[in-house]
Every structure is written in C-alpha cells, then in structure tokens.
Design a protein around this ligand. Structure first.
Ligand SMILES: [Zn+2]
Length: 46
C-alpha cells in the first residue's frame, strides 16, 4: 500500500485555515481510513 493521496486547495475568506492560505495535505489511504473512519464512504465501482 504505497499509493499516496496529495491534496491542495486555496482557502477562502474566513476559512478555518486562514484567509486565502494554500492548504496542502500529504496523506496515504491507510491514514485517511484511520482518521476519517466515521466520515468515509467506500462504494464498489460499478
Ligand atoms: Zn499513512
């Protein structure tokens, strides 16, 4: 399991990450599953 998820986005005005900051997240699927256990939805591809 060495596939990585890389996400970046620019926060908007009054964002929890600060106004117009660049937010970058380096995380692997294993950690995503661990951290977002309650929020994640996994659906089989049809
Ligand atoms: Zn990880």
């Amino acid at each position: 399991m060495d596939d990585f998820i890389l996400k970046s986005y620019r926060s908007g005005y009054s964002s929890v990450f600060g106004d117009n900051n660049l937010v970058e997240l380096d995380i692997c699927p294993k950690c995503v599953k661990k951290i977002f256990e309650k929020q994640i939805r996994i659906t089989a591809r049809s």
